[in-house]
Structure formats: structure tokens, C-alpha cells
Design a protein around this ligand. Structure first.
Ligand code: ZN
Ligand code: ZN
Length: 341
């Protein structure tokens, strides 16, 4: 039996369609018939070959939604036909210090689909069972896929940020992460302020649940947030340290700047601003498979949905290029044709 995949054969790609033998799950693994796979900026770590220890050929993709179609020896609790998702968390070692303390997302030997093993730009993929999240019936696969990385990242960052219902929470950026962050913040009962560039995002931000939208092209968002009393949490989804830095000054007392947008640029702030407010800056990595289940369940229950553009698997190179140009509105999702729902 063979399957179609879109893979990279060497550093800097290109992504190309290939035919492979369909893999068999080993002990403790399942095979997932992929129905949809989101295209995430972190897929560039695979395509550009910059992730340490990456080997080729490699199939990218860590926003995978589908159905189990084979189980390996000794697998318990997961059955053929079950709808499942796999995100950034592709399995932990359970032996390192963070794992032994229960922080599996911080596993020093974390396995990541599309990096440590072949991911979801494929008709099927194999993964260990600890990577699996059950998908509720109310979500279709194309909607569920982006929730397994962009969704869990913003959902988990917000719910662990220390903000309580009624608190002022600002979301920086109305893009792939931000459009989900605004919805989650609003559904969690925060006074949600969206910050973006350009007046055209105003309507959308309000529709997504923001109480107010600040256009940073025409208004000083730091001054505005201060005027509103300062934010308890500011979720920085923008992939720029420079853009996030001034917002430390927009935090209320004991507020937190929670960083989920990744960039090599430093975040800089005068220390008196931080000390004077007892403020903190925290980084937040996505979450484990059970937290993906939490994200999916909360989304199904509250009506949070990603805004997606779908393309068939063979157009993965186009989907990836569009995402990298920043033109996706707001998440690109690959679909595998028959079997998708
Ligand atoms: Zn991702
Ligand atoms: Zn570990």
C-alpha cells in the first residue's frame, strides 16, 4: 500500500509531492489517516532545515486531524475509527527532569511531528499514543487542525496567564494566532482589547469578541491601555520582540506580558518599569495532548472557530508560500480529499 506525501528532501526544500509506502504502527503507536493538516509558520523549521538534528527526507505538519486506521501492539484506550488530532506535542520521554516533575511540554527530548518524525502533509502518519487528542464530534477536521497548534497555544497561554474573568486582557496582533486569541479571551470572560495595525481589522476584531480595537497606526496603544487601567495580561502574538517591547509599559500592577509569537529579536524594557509594576514577561509553549483536548472541547462548546482557507494536499507548496508571505486569512489548511468531513 502506498500513500501521497508532500516532503522536503534537503535543506531549503522545495516541498514536493512524493509516493511512499504507507507506514505500519509499531508497539505503542497508531497510524492516523489524515483528513486535514494546518500549515504553521513553524513548518519553516523543517522546510528550511534549521531545526537541530533534523534529517531528510521529512514530511512537515503538526496540526493534524484525522482518524485512527491502524493500532500497534499493546495500544490501550485508542481504537480504529476514532477521530484524533496531533499537535506540536508529539510525545515526551517521561525520564527527563521536567517530565518527572509533570511538565511534559518542556520535555528535553520532546518529539515533534514533522520534525522528529514525519508529520501531516500526508495521507497518513504514524505517532505514539501520548501525542493523541480526541476530537469532539462538533468540530470538523479542517476546523480542528489549526486548533492543535495556533489554538492550544493561545488558549493555554490565556488560561494560565493569571487573568481572571472581568480582567482587562489585550491581544497584540489580529492574525493567525491573534484571531483565535481574541475569541478565546472573550469567551473566557476577559475584557478583551485587540491591538492591530490598520483600520480594516476593526470590524473583524469586534466580531471576534473584542470590546474595543486599537489601531496602532492612528492611536498610541500603550497610552490607551494605560488609560483603561492597564492590562492584567497582554498576549503578544506578533513575531517581533521590538513590537512587543513597549507593551510592558501598558501592563497593570502584577500584569504579565505573555509571549507566544517567536522571533530572534530581543524584548527590551527599562527595568524600573518592570520593578515599579511588579510586572513579568513569560514565554509560553503550546501544550500537551490532553491540553489539546481541552482546547478542542472549549472551542466546540463556546463557538470558537479558526478562520481558514483550505487547499488540497498536492497544493501544499502554494499553501506554505502564501502563509510565509503573511497572506493567509488566517490559517491555511490542507485537505486530503475523500474521507474529509
Ligand atoms: Zn505550529
Ligand atoms: Zn522528558
Amino acid at each position: 500500500m502506498t500513500m501521497r506525501v508532500v516532503q522536503v528532501a534537503e535543506k531549503n526544500g522545495p516541498l514536493h509531492l512524493a509516493e511512499r509506502d504507507t507506514p505500519e504502527p509499531k508497539a505503542g503507536e497508531v497510524r492516523v489517516k489524515v483528513e486535514a493538516c494546518g500549515v504553521c509558520h513553524s513548518d519553516s523549521l523543517t522546510v528550511e532545515g534549521v531545526f537541530p538534528g533534523l534529517t531528510f527526507p521529512r514530511v512537515p505538519g503538526h496540526e493534524i486531524a484525522g482518524r485512527i486506521d491502524a493500532v500497534g501492539e499493546g495500544v490501550q484506550g485508542w481504537t480504529v475509527g476514532q477521530r484524533v488530532g496531533v499537535g506540536w506535542f508529539g510525545g515526551a520521554c517521561y525520564r527527563c527532569s521536567p517530565c518527572r516533575r509533570g511538565h511534559m511540554i518542556d520535555c528535553r527530548n520532546l518529539r515533534i511531528p514533522g520534525i522528529s518524525y514525519d508529520g501531516g502533509y500526508a495521507e497518513a502518519m504514524v505517532c505514539p499514543t501520548d501525542a493523541l487528542a480526541a476530537i469532539p464530534d462538533d468540530l470538523n477536521s479542517a476546523e480542528a487542525a489549526p486548533l492543535l497548534c495556533a489554538g492550544i497555544t493561545t488558549f493555554n497561554a490565556l488560561r494560565h496567564s493569571g487573568a481572571l474573568p472581568g480582567d482587562l486582557v489585550a491581544v497584540l496582533g489580529v492574525g493567525g494566532l491573534g484571531h483565535l486569541g481574541i475569541q478565546f479571551a472573550s469567551k473566557m470572560g476577559f475584557r478583551t482589547i485587540a491591538v492591530g495595525r490598520g483600520g480594516d481589522k476593526n470590524k473583524l476584531a469586534i466580531k471576534l469578541g473584542a470590546e474595543h480595537y486599537i489601531d496602532s497606526d492612528t492611536e498610541d496603544p500603550v497610552a490607551k491601555l494605560k488609560q483603561l487601567g492597564g492590562a492584567q495580561t497582554i498576549l503578544a502574538t506578533v513575531p517581533s520582540g521590538k513590537a512587543a517591547s513597549p507593551f510592558i509599559g501598558a501592563l497593570g500592577v502584577r500584569g504579565r506580558l505573555v509571549v507566544v509569537g517567536v522571533s530572534p529579536e530581543p524584548i527590551e524594557t527599562p527595568s524600573f518599569v518592570m520593578v515599579g509594576q511588579s510586572a513579568s514577561i513569560v514565554g509560553h509553549a503550546s501544550g500537551t495532548s490532553i491540553e489539546s483536548e481541552d482546547t478542542l472541547r472549549f472551542s466546540a462548546m463556546s463557538g470558537v472557530r479558526p478562520m481558514i482557507e483550505t487547499l488540497p494536499l498536492h497544493q501544499a507548496p502554494e499553501a506554505y508560500a502564501k502563509m510565509m508571505r503573511g497572506e493567509a486569512r488566517f490559517r491555511m489548511v490542507l485537505t486530503m480529499g475523500t474521507g474529509s468531513r
